[in-house]
Design a protein around this ligand. Structure first.
Ligand SMILES: [Ca+2]
Ligand SMILES: [Ca+2]
Ligand SMILES: [Ca+2]
Ligand SMILES: [Ca+2]
Length: 383
């Protein structure tokens, strides 16, 4: 890894967690309804980052949430998630939940989570339950359902309890459950930390060459990392944190520099260029999934054209790294996902053989010989 790259890593981590901007179109994924007796039943893949759960057992609603229900229990008709009363025993009566007469609405404070859900624990008789999520501006991200749930019993039974969730990398400001019968009882409001686990993709392009020469080749070294902010670790070190995916299906794109074309010799395997290998084409190398803090490097080589337009003085290459957005992970700085390198471009001196073009001296000799012949001819005519 180049020294320049190491500096980039540190600067980026210090740059803060909330500057991520992405042009990737977010899509909403809905989860559930799935049986839920404890937090261990949260669907796998709900979020790769920190997950928060409000189980209401302290009787206080987390200040990051706004919920239209009231905390009830323990006792009475309370219908908590089963494990909250200390035992998974088919009853949630001795735990706490949130109850409302109208739809179960939960709003989140910014920065908004990218994964959010809750557990439906009770309604009226079997009822048709619909889950809905809303984006950062309050626009609905879609509804999920209806699903017919319920056991016709309001006394705390838990086999009917179901988790509903949504994921959207653009952020979720609110989730809502509506159903067609009875009051609403929900529990385990579950959401990803809105700031996200930092997963900072970074790329730097360099070369051992300090200049490019027409007709010659240049090999670029492209260094990359998906950083947790803790600094790079040696290859083979345990991924941080906990082997969790840092970048999903990452890839590097390089634009073939003007006045050059891609050259497979000297390049790493795996480059695919579109539409071809000439200047202006984009060549992609799919890296696949990246673990946290494990740096890598690939090579990209070009052949510089033998002739270039007058006035051309640099060879400019640029590269970008990107990955599929993952709920719970945040790239805190997208500006370090691209880099470019401008090398001074020298015009190669073209060697000229003496047998191809007569030199001025040779021309002079030829002219002199001709003059001598004319002089001799004139001399003989005059005799
Ligand atoms: Ca229980
Ligand atoms: Ca509870
Ligand atoms: Ca229940
Ligand atoms: Ca980045």
């Amino acid at each position: 890894m180049s020294r320049r790259f190491a500096c980039l890593s540190l600067t980026l981590w210090l740059g803060g967690l909330f500057g991520c901007a992405t042009s990737i179109q977010a899509q909403t994924t809905f989860l559930g309804p799935t049986p839920y007796l404890s937090a261990a039943d949260r669907p796998a893949g709900f979020s790769s980052g920190t997950v928060l759960v409000e189980d209401f057992e302290d009787g206080i609603v987390d200040p990051l949430l706004t919920i239209n229900g009231s905390v009830i229990g323990p006792g009475g008709l309370a219908d908590s998630v089963d494990a909250d009363d200390g035992a998974i025993d088919g009853s949630g009566t001795n735990g706490r939940s949130a109850f409302s007469g109208g739809s179960a609405d939960v709003s989140f404070s910014a920065p908004f989570p990218t994964s959010a859900g809750m557990v439906w624990t009770d309604g009226g008789t079997p009822t048709d339950v619909t889950f809905e999520a809303f984006g950062p501006t309050g626009t609905s991200l879609g509804t999920h359902g209806p699903f017919t749930l319920g056991d016709s019993n309001n006394s705390g039974g838990t086999s009917e309890d179901r988790f509903f969730g949504a994921q959207d990398t653009g952020g979720i400001s609110r989730i809502r459950i509506t159903h067609t019968s009875g009051g609403y009882e929900v529990d385990h409001i579950t959401w990803s930390d809105g700031s996200g686990q930092p997963a900072d993709l970074q790329l730097a392009i360099g070369s051992s060459a300090t200049t490019a020469v027409t007709g010659g080749s240049v090999v670029y070294d492209i260094s990359y990392i998906c950083s947790s902010g803790d600094g790079p670790k040696a290859r083979g070190a345990k991924a941080d944190p906990g082997g969790v995916l840092c970048a999903d299906s990452a890839f590097v794109d390089v634009s073939v520099p003007a006045n050059a074309q891609f050259r497979s010799a000297g390049s790493s395997a795996g480059w695919t260029c579109t539409p071809d290998t000439t200047a202006g084409s984009v060549c992609r190398n799919v890296l696949g999934d990246l673990a946290f803090d494990e740096p890598g490097q690939i090579q990209f080589a070009v052949q510089v054209n033998s002739s270039v337009p007058n006035g051309t003085s640099t060879l400019s290459a640029s590269a970008t790294i990107a990955a599929t957005a993952t709920p719970g992970l945040t790239d805190p700085d997208s500006s370090n996902n691209s880099d470019s390198l401008n090398l001074p471009l020298q015009i190669a001196v073209v060697a000229v053989g003496p047998d191809i073009i007569p030199t001025l001296d040779q021309l002079g000799l030829v002219a002199l010989g001709a003059l001598l012949l004319i002089a001799m001819w004139a001399h003989r005519r005059s005799l």
